[in-house]
Structures are given as C-alpha cells and as structure tokens.
Ligand binder design. Structure first.
Ligand code: PGA
Ligand code: ZN
Length: 416
C-alpha cells in the first residue's frame, strides 16, 4: 500500500451558513482523501486566523502554488512532517499567512488519504485496533447568543447529554427525542413560536435564559423517564460574547441584566445546583482563568469546560492545568490548524485529567471527520448538534462506526 502523495488540490465550497470555505483533496498512489473546514461565529481571540488576507480564494491559490509542491512525493502518513511543513510555510504562530482553515483542510485530507490508502477507516488509522470507545453526543437543543437573531436567550447553547445510554444509537435517538420535545413544550409556553432555529439547528425562541433551562430540563426528564435512562442538561454560556471589557461586566442584553465576575460566579453556581447541570462551557470570558479555577474548585459532578479559554491550544491548556481552571476542554481542530497540534492538546488533556470534548463549529460542512477524531483520539464526548444535515452527517458516521466495531464497541467512560 503506497501513501505517496501524487496530487493536492483545493477548491472553494460553502458551509451551512452559505459562507465560502476551503476543501482540499489529496491523491496518493493507492488512495484518496478530502477534508473541508468549518467556521465559528463566536470565535476565541487566541484562535488561529481562518484565512489569509485574500480570503478563501487566496487560500486555494496558496494550497496549489505553495503547499502542493512541498507535499507531492511525501507519504501521506508522515503526518507530523506534513504539519511541520504547514507551520514552516506559514511562519506565524496563528497561521496568519496561509490560514488556519487551510492548514486544517490539508492536514486532515492527508490523514484521510493515508487511511484510505491503507484501506482503513480513519478512526482506526488514527487510534489503532483498540480504539473502540463510542463518545456520548452532547446535543444543542435550544440556543441564542451569536447563533441566532432577535430576542433569543443571551446564553448560546442549552445542551443535553444522554449519560445513561447503553450505546451510541440509543444516545443519538434520545437527543433527537429531547429536541422534538423541547419544540412541543415551547409551543405551549409561546403560541407565537415560529419553529425558528439557530445556526446549529437548536430552537431559537423568544424566551429568558432560565425559561429555556426550565423547558430543556422538563424535556430531558420526561424523555429520560420514557426511554429508561438518564439524560442531563448542560450549557454553553459563550461568555466572551457577553463580556464588556470597558464596563467589566457580563451584559445579558435581551434579559436586561448585567453581572460582574463575582455575580457571574454566584449565578452559574446557582444554575448548576438548581438544574443539576452536568456540563458548563465558557462560564467566564476567555482571559479569566482565575474564575474558572474558583468555579471548578467549588463544584462536584459537573464538567467545567473551556472553549474560547483554551482554543485547543496546548500552551493555553497547560496554563489552565497549573491553575486548576476547568476539568474539560473543547477540541476544535480548526482553532489550532493541524492534526498534530490537535492530538498534542488532546493528549495533554487526558494526561491532566481533563475531559476532551471534540466539537463541531456553528458553520459546518457535511464532512464527517470529527466523528472519527472522537473515536480515534478516545474522546468520551462529541458536541455536534442534533438536527440539520451538516450535524446529522457526524451523528450518522458514528452510527456506522458503532456498526463497524460490532461487539467491540463500548460507550466511553466520562470521569467527572
Ligand atoms: P462557534 O461556536 O463555532 O460559533 O465559534 C461554537 C461554540 O462556542 O461552542
Ligand atoms: Zn463554545
């Protein structure tokens, strides 16, 4: 089986928001791989820059004129070398010159092509024969913030985690059922609800943050009782979007409330207790490691997850680990660019007792690769939405993976 790269091509395609994005195809002597990049709406300041100044067109040109000549003739399975070349060609810390999304598409297409050349599913190529733990899907069922318009909740995502599910397909079905139940309950609360949804397919109603928590908790409880296993509620506060630097306050504009850091801490602690939350992402803005540490030390049995805080960056996670900031980390490969960097951050998370949560972005393509990253890297949770073609593409891929694994498949263990 030869993984020698014969050709590297790039093109402009579109994501679920209709924005331009990049797709890269890599052909080897014995195989073929492709990957396309997602994009965020509530990005962290410390993320890789998605595109060079000339946008997707310039990124496509850079792949064909600059990157392809360096990769042709190499083996697609020399992942670290390929990723080093991407760093060298760029020369900046945050992929300003070639774009983090360009690096993402090339790096992942190389892995995809290598797996295909060996005739192996990507998750097995990445994780080996023993990679057989299925992640729990963390599903966005109601949302607001930067993912929707109008008088939606200020908090970005109200999530569910089917923690008692015996297998992946049952877990996926539970989330779908809760998503539907949330809609039924919303119609009762607001007869004018239009059925509108945000960027990730979550319902986007005119409701307060606590109103949303009440509805999602009720839906979760009802469905848990019907299906016979436990589903619990989580939140992505996406607090960097609420933080007003000048006023030093979190501004909940639709709710008409402001909270300073201390009040935010008390507020989040109260919500964790009242709604028995299992997961809270970005409860504080992206530079507030200290509040993350304080909250983490005060809660038990709840994942405190850093997204904008860590941006899948090993150095930032290292800083968090030494301060005890959080106990979980969002893994979004395009925040950091390459597969090698993503794997290093995931490895540090596991070594440090942080739960790695592989995640989609609000702007997605129909690409399914993150399903393979979750299983291949042994991440016990995947956050990838519940409804919408680009979200279901990942869920369905995990259904296939569970089928491929057969008797060897097990639900992963989440250490909280
Ligand atoms: P983004 O947000 O993909 O729009 O950046 C998703 C998240 O905050 O988890
Ligand atoms: Zn987030």
């Amino acid at each position: 089986m030869s993984t020698v790269i014969e050709d590297v091509r790039a093109r402009k395609i579109f994501n679920s928001r209709g924005e331009a994005t990049i797709e890269v195809e890599i052909t080897t002597i014995d195989g073929f791989g492709a990957a396309s990049a997602p994009s965020g709406a509530s990005k962290g300041k410390a993320e890789a820059i998605a595109y060079p100044p000339g946008g997707v067109e310039e990124a496509v040109r850079k792949v064909e004129e600059l990157i392809a000549p360096e990769l042709i003739g190499l083996n697609a399975d020399e992942q670290e070398d390929i990723d080093n070349i991407l760093h060298e060609l760029d020369g900046t810390k945050n992929f300003m010159k070639i774009g983090g999304n360009t690096a993402y598409a090339v790096s992942l297409a190389a892995a995809d092509a290598a797996a295909n050349s060996y005739g192996m599913p990507l998750f097995q190529y990445l994780g080996g024969y023993l990679a057989c733990n299925m992640p729990y899907p963390l599903g966005n069922v109601l949302g607001g913030g930067k993912h929707a318009l109008g008088k939606v909740p200020d908090m970005q995502e109200f999530l569910v985690l089917p923690i008692g599910a015996p297998n992946f397909i049952a877990a996926a079905e539970a989330n779908i059922r809760i998503h539907r139940r949330v809609k039924d309950l919303l119609i009762r609360v607001d007869p004018y609800f239009t059925g509108g949804r945000g960027d990730e397919g979550a319902w986007a109603p005119n409701i307060s943050n606590e109103g949303a928590l009440e509805v999602v908790s009720k839906a979760c409880e009802e469905v848990s009782n019907e299906i016979g296993f436990k589903c619990r509620v989580g939140l992505d506060v996406a607090s960097s979007s609420l933080w007003d630097l000048n006023r030093q306050r979190y501004v909940y504009a639709n709710e008409g409330v402001e909270r300073d850091s201390g009040e935010q801490l008390e507020y989040i602690l109260g919500l964790i207790k009242k709604y028995n939350l299992i997961y809270v992402e970005d409860p504080f803005h992206e530079d507030d490691f200290e509040s993350f540490s304080e909250l983490t030390s005060k809660v038990k049995g709840c994942l405190i997850c850093g997204d904008d805080l860590f941006v899948t960056n090993e150095e930032r996670l290292n800083a968090g680990v030494s301060e005890g900031a959080g106990n979980a980390i969002i893994i979004k490969m395009n925040q950091v660019g390459t597969l090698t960097d993503t794997w290093k951050t995931t490895r540090l998370a596991k070594e440090s007792g942080y739960v790695p949560v592989v995640s989609h972005r609000s702007g997605e393509t129909t690409s399914f690769h993150i399903a393979h990253l979750a299983v291949g890297f042994g991440c016990p949770i995947i956050k990838t939405g519940v409804a919408g073609g680009e979200r279901i593409a990942k869920i369905n891929e995990l259904v296939y993976i569970e089928e491929i694994l057969g008797d060897r498949a097990r639900m992963a263990r989440i250490k909280i």
